[in-house]
Structures are given as structure tokens and as C-alpha cells.
Design a protein around this ligand. Sequence first.
Ligand code: SME
Length: 163
Amino acid sequence: MAVSRNEVTQVKDYAPVLERVTTAIRDAADGRRATAAAVGVLKREVPDYTWVGIYLLDGNELVLGPFVGKPSPHTRIPLGRGICGAAAAEKATIIVDDVNADPRYLACSIETKSEIVVPIMLDDEVLGEIDIDSDRLATFTAEDQALLEAVAARLAPRMKDVR
Ligand code: SME
């Protein structure tokens, strides 16, 4: 019987990655360095993560903070615009298997095929979000969501001084 892509991706084990990100966030001298460290570890440890960045909420706009990957034209995104703005407005993770089939998508690179956006929240307040693009379709599964929501939970208490 053929093994579907989904069955293959379900065996991802991100425990070592989460441990490395957790250590990097804990050891960072301040919130800004904690966000940069988290971005750097995620980009380095997960080959399918082509572009990894953090947006910080400033009023009604998401402002691009640390990122690794090609420069993005979307350095400021109003709440509600794009997949990034939708995730912040809905206060919920959004996974898009095929960005070209999603009318909300704001293009960053023509190679991008799938995307995940995870809000960074303290209590009920959105502080920012983790945004990751992949050059492969349907890269992001429940395992990626769990990893990145755990990273967001560790970043949130360190981000008060970043804005
Ligand atoms: N694709 C995002 C915009 C940010 S770039 O991917 C870095 C969106 O649709 O909101």
C-alpha cells in the first residue's frame, strides 16, 4: 500500500528542536535576542522551513522583526490583511497547504508553497506572531503547530520589552 505524504509527516519528532529553542530563548539576554535566537534555531534545525520570521504587533500593524530567508516586501501588515493579519485578528494558528489557492495570501517569494502563522499571546493579548514559509506544498502538520505554539508560549513572557 502506498504511504501518503501525511502518513510520512506524522512521524516528525520535534522534541530535540523544542529543547534547543527553549534553551536559546532562556539564555538570551533580552527579549529582542530571544526572538532572534528562536528564529535562528528553527531555520537551522528544520530543513523544510524556508523562511522563518517574527512579526511584532504595533497598534493595528504587524511589524517585521527578526527573520532568516529572503527579504520580504511585507515589513508592515495591517491587522486582518494577509494570512499574517488574519491569524492575529483571529488569535489562532493558521496553516495554509497551498498559498496560491488562498485569496488572503500576500506573496513574499514565488517559491513559497505553504505557510503557517502562529500568534504569540500573553493571556488574551496578541504580542506578535511566528510566520514560516515552505517551498513544499502542505509542509505544516499538527506536529509543526504543536512545536511552534510551544515556542510562542516560551517567547511571550520575554516579549514585553521588545515593543
Ligand atoms: N505571506 C504572508 C506575508 C508575509 S511573507 O510570507 C514573509 C501573508 O500572507 O500574510
